[in-house]
Design a protein around this ligand. Structure first.
Ligand code: SF4
Length: 70
């Protein structure tokens, strides 16, 4: 399982970093730490089971609906 974040939709609200801190982290500027790795959409590497569960929770809680589970 992987997750993808639509970086045009994400508003850096940070909810995902609270619900799944092992998967989502904010940098010193308050933006997702992987934002510099992609301009349109960030796609994660394959996730271990625990991280996949956390990513699913974060996707459900993201207020912008920016996280997609693949
Ligand atoms: S919760 Fe959603 S909108 Fe907020 S930083 Fe995470 S992906 Fe972006």
């Amino acid at each position: 399982m992987k997750f993808a974040v639509d970086l045009h939709v994400c508003q850096n609200m940070g909810q995902c970093s609270f619900s799944a801190p092992e998967v989502f982290a904010l940098d010193d500027d308050g933006k997702l730490s992987f934002r510099n790795e992609a301009s349109d959409e960030y796609v994660s590497p394959e996730l271990a089971d625990d991280a996949a569960d956390s990513a699913q929770t974060a996707a459900a809680l993201c207020p912008m609906g920016a996280i997609r589970i693949d």
